[in-house]
Design a protein. Sequence first.
Lengths: 142, 716, 540
Amino acid sequence: MTTPGDYAIIAVLIVTAISICAGIMVATHIIGPKRHGRVKDMPYESGVDPVHDARQRFNVRFYLVAVLFLVFDVEIIFLYPWAVLFPSLDQPEAASAYAGTVGDLANLGYTNGFFLASIGIFFTLLTIGFIYEWRKGIFRWD
Amino acid sequence: MLAATELPWVTLFATIPFWPLLGAVIVAILIANRQSPERAHAPVIGGAAISAVLSIVMFFTIWGQAPAADGTHAAADGPVPAALVSEGDHAGEHGDAHGDGHAVVKKDFSKIGTTYTLYNWISLGDAQSLKGAEGGQWLAFNFFFDGLTGMMMLFVTVVSTMVVIYASGYMRDHHMHPEPGYERFFAFLGMFVFSMAMLVMAGNFVLLYLGWELVGLCSYLLIGFYYGKPSAADAAKKAFIVNRIGDFGFALGIFALYMFISPLAQPGENPLDYATVFKYADHLATHEYAGMSQATLVSLLLMCGAIGKSAQFPLYVWLPDAMEGPTPVSALIHAATMVTAGIYMIARCGPIFAASETALMTVAVLGVIGALLTAMMAMAQYDMKRILAYSTISQLAYMFVGLGVGAPDSAVFHVFTHAWFKALLFLCAGSVMHSMGNIIDLRHFSGLRTVMPQTRTLMLIGCLALAGVFPFSGFWSKDEIVHAAVYQSPVLGGLLMLVAGMTAYYTFRMYFLCFHGPTRTPPEAGEHPHEAPPVMLRPLYVLAAGAVLTGFMGVTFSFSLSESVFGIFNPHGFFHDYLGNSTMVPGPHHAGGIWVAYASLALAIGGIGLAYVRYGHAPQEDPDQAALGPLFSLMHHKFYVDEIYDAVFVRPLRRLGDLCFGVDRGGIDGLVWLVAAVPRGLGGLFRLGHRGALQGYALSMVLGLAVIMMIWQLAG
Amino acid sequence: MLAALSQPISLTAVLPELLLVAGGCVAMLVGLSNRASLRERTPWVALAALILGLVFARLGTGPGADGIIQIQSGLAFDNLADYVRLSTLVLGIVILLVAWLDPSDDERGEFFAMLLFSLTGLMLVGPAANLLILFLAIEVVSIPTYVMVIISRRDRRSIESGTKYFYLGALSAAMTAYGFSFLYGVAGSATLDAAAIERVTEALGSPGTLPHALATIGILVSITGLLFKIAAVPLHWYVADVYQGASSPVAGMLGFVPKFAGVVAIMKIVSLTGWNTVDGGLFWMLWLAAALSMTVGNVLALRQNSIKRMLAFSGVAHAGYMLLGIMAGPGHDSLVGDGTAAVLFYVVVYGIANLGAFALLGLLQVRGAPAETVDDVTGLLRRYPGLALLMALSMLALMGLPPTTGFWGKMSLFGSGLTRAAQAGENANWVIALVVIAAVNSAIGAAYYLRVIAAVLLAEKDETAEPAPREAQYMGAMMCGFLTLVFTFYPTILLGAGFNASLNMRDQAVGFMASERPAPPELADAADEAHAEQAAVPPF
């Protein structure tokens, strides 16, 4: 059972943290020299003079492209291991070399037909998504 | 001799109550669509007529299922049906509590009647019914069919149909245009018939209660039909409230029954079904609760309901006021529906009442008091409908006595015959009223025998039946009750005979004042008062036939001077055999005693003769008023019972109500205001948190999680 | 564990779910067609998928068909799964009807696809027997609803509310996932089986140890995250804004689909404690969440003039009642003794009544805009008695007036709470207090429901709302009324089904409750049979 007293140390920690922060800020404010100038007050932007406000609007299509990229990227992540494993899936002996994973699956009775069907479904779903994007006009840059 | 557990066509019969309801619904739809009310009577008449036809079929079907003839009353000398086991024969050996030769015919209730379940309505919470498995206990929506059901349904539906047909003529003005509210009236009538049929056919106490309350509601709506008239609105409220007082006891009785029966009921037996309750009625008789036997407690509580609904002393006061409704409603309430419900219920619960001497005695004593009191009141009234109303109470009191002295079949017989002739009398009074321009006070007209000859003949038949003159139906049924009462207690019997004489007297006082003497009509009747239209007269002939003939249903022919009236008519017949197949528990039949019939017949004729001597010429001045003086005034003012109730109950209650209202205004309303204001205030406070800012919401959610973790720390 | 996850899948077991997914895909494509007449057929595709799903769910492989619970790949098809699946499909059809004309022409495909995907997720929450599957299923329920809120209306408010809903939903999902990870650590496996229950209860039973802390944090954090789905305090903040921003049919859907998923998921997590809900942190958390949800929900609903916001806050209150039932837990073989059965009943009847109210709001138009405030529906009885009575019926059911569905639900919930109090030991009085709070709250709740009923039935107004000519929506509203009436007069069908559905949870609760109730002999037999059925299936 903990008692509220056990938390005193946390309170001490918080107080210490806040006072150190505040102390440093106050100290710099007091100690630091303050010299203003046009160049000194400019925002730092990799050594280049800033041309305009950084908070400008970007075309929303940038986001769409990013999302599309993500989708097809993830697709590759699924496809790659599948492609590597597929040839060995109808040979349980060879498959058993992959200890514990594919070998077990093969022993459980999965056939390569099953795996083909699985990736087929995966592709179908992706294709439906692709058709959807196409029909919605996401690929048009008017 | 077969146990009547399977009734043919029972599914068809189970639809009987719903036809009038269907008619009412159709009328309601017509109203909603703002159709002309001209044909509004048709659906309800149709519905009631279908019910009546089905009820007649049901009547004969149940007859075919009944135990063989010589049922209940043959215990002494005939073969005993399988369903009946007489204990009375062995009363001496057992020396049991029934005592004084009051042999109770014990029936095997599992073999009587058919329970037909439409569907299982409410689970009583046991696991079996929750799973929908076999053997669950339910509050079922079920109907019960036995001889009593068949008999009651027969007259309820047929008499109701006649009344509805009559009303389609009555509820019109002189040009045969429907009165305002015509369609509303018929919708209510349909619902009324439906409610009564539900009440009679119910297979368990809750459904009985449902019908019971529906009847009360419909009577409220119909008595207050002319709601613009303050007296009608008051009468409707009075009827409803007085009924509620009785119903309170009735509800308690049902609760008590559930409390006593539910521990006994086996899986699959619904604790409030008649079949279950009557099976365990013996248990109620032998176990005690609150210082009396359970049977006594339940019976007395149920009796409260019957007193209210059947307008018995001391709760009869609503019935005379109920005259404020249109006359067909009065006929319906007095004859076929409503007031017969209490008698029916006590007869139905025979096994419970028979198990309690106390309850039976209370029923009988209340009955005699009511009969005497209201007969005296009826003697000093001038309003035709009021006289008939008091006579109804008085006749119902006869039935109560019949129930109380162990002759429930005679009581039901009297209910049956009474339904016909009382409906006839009321509808005749309605015809007179209709013709006299809504004047019903006997002092304002006389000598109508020339104006309304047909009505006069019909009324005479009704009056003879009510007075109990041989061979009209009232004679047979009333005589049976008097007969049974005499054997129970000579005092009871003597008082009932006295009332029989008074009944004949006041009935014919009314008849002579109305139809004899010089022809006088009130100005409201117009220049040429006329006979009622055929649509009103035709149902009256049907009812008149019932008033003449139904008495013979309780009669067999046997040629023995000592056993039979006039050596021919043995007053135990088909009716009693038919009712042998029911849950009623009649006491032993006492052979002989034919002198009772002669005596009451003599009293009836004596009463009529006296009435003729005093009122035969329809005198302008009431001779009784002069002769009786203050007593007449007392009777005319109904012994000031209404005023006494007003002073003793109503006004103190109203004052208590005022007090409560003050407390309510000052105290409770303040509290309620607080209850309303505090959440509102809190709501305003909480609403501050709902400003719609996403970050704020997210922060609050995380803080909530933090609070939960803190609680864990504190609790752990 | 991988092997356990990957046993050969009999696709027939999830045929109804697959049909819904396929239907969703087809609906999406049909909605993109060039031909307007074809696009208008989109809801028919969804309807066909739902009806086919219902047919196969009845023909198919639930425990009703062959009496064996099928356990595959983290799915356990027991009575609970069957209950969830059937009620989802039936309610899904009603939701579809109500939302028939809701989306605009160019977004029909997405809308109905999302609806079907969300329902699929709900149907998978029922059989989920693995933390991962459970989490995925909940997210499959939730994510489509975010989209539906946004596309249900064409104005800024719906976008705003949908975005809010999305961010807050993501936050709650993070909490849930975080909690699940602790549970996984304690149980040593993601599978929600007897072994996991044993390990978690053991950990909870040894205070002061690290497993105890981990288990408690896991339970509390995951349930807190799930409170978002049922819109209970303290995760209720989104509810009014989202309901108001969404169109009425979608708001009606939000009252059922996520709530149902959340309730079932919470039950599955509470099962891990062996239903030891009446002591320790779990007790106080459920107690406070229930009490606060009822009170805050009702109190806030009192102040609303918009019926949509009112129903949203009343949904918070109803979540509180449901938490009371969850605290009561399973374990008593009677109408008023089984909290889980009561909750399962209540969530469905609440969903129906709520959906009915929203369907009518969506149907009624005031000067071209959907009705929203109490004033908009005032005096409806004169012009449209049928609609007015339906509205009144829904409100009465929500209010819990006897003998409506809401009454049966509350009676079972409160009754089970009182039954549970008998076993709550030192916390008994607190449990009773919670029931009292719930009863008081029902009374407060009646106030604002009655306000709507009075406005609809009693008040007069010259210019009333007009129903839009939408037959499907009308039919959906009628079906809500019809179902409410059916369950009003025959509550035992659904209560009995809920009772059967909580069979497994009753077994999980055996350690804490069974010893205190001697089962009637015939019931013990039934329970034995159920055990035998489960024993016939290899452990998953």
